[in-house]
Design a protein around this ligand. Structure first.
Ligand code: HEC
Length: 125
């Protein structure tokens, strides 16, 4: 389901078919559908979460550089995810230890950062 959902998101990102979402959301769980809709809202200004992740966060968060929680590693993210998305967003905006403010994505809005963090948490379960 995770794989399907991720493929689905990147496909939507590529082709940008908004109306297909409502139809397809019915074939995934209600929660996943809601998340995809939120994701799509973030995409509407041209922001693509996977691309933005690769450009801004991947360098540290794929390798665990400087102690960054690794995306894809549940043990790294579970304790952080417990704080809730808003707390994670707040510390990502301000920066924390070796995590630079906004993860150095100064073009990212708060909503963009929130979508990125949600993507990272969802990819680490
Ligand atoms: C220069 C390396 C670097 C980059 C680039 C980076 N991070 Fe981080 N990030 C870190 C490190 C290191 C930590 C762990 C900080 C700590 O808790 O000591 C971290 C932690 C976090 C956390 C957890 C904060 C918490 O309160 O536990 C979030 C969320 C996060 N990063 C989001 C992002 C996002 C989103 C991006 C891209 C826009 C990004 N990071 C880019 C290094 C980086």
């Amino acid at each position: 389901m995770v794989t399907f959902s991720r493929m689905f998101k990147s496909r939507v990102a590529q082709i940008g078919v908004v109306s297909a979402l409502a139809v397809m959301a019915g074939s995934v769980s209600a929660d996943a559908g809601k998340q995809d809709l939120m994701q799509l809202a973030a995409l509407s200004d041209g922001f693509v979460v996977e691309t933005a992740y690769m450009q801004n966060c991947f360098a540290c968060h794929s390798s665990g550089a400087a102690g960054a929680p690794k995306v894809g590693t549940a043990a790294d993210w579970a304790p952080r995810a417990e704080k809730g998305i808003d707390a994670l967003l707040a510390s990502a905006i301000k920066g924390v230890n070796a995590m630079p403010p906004k993860g150095l994505c100064f073009a990212c809005t708060d909503d963009d950062l929130k979508a990125l963090i949600q993507y990272m948490v969802d990819s680490s379960k």
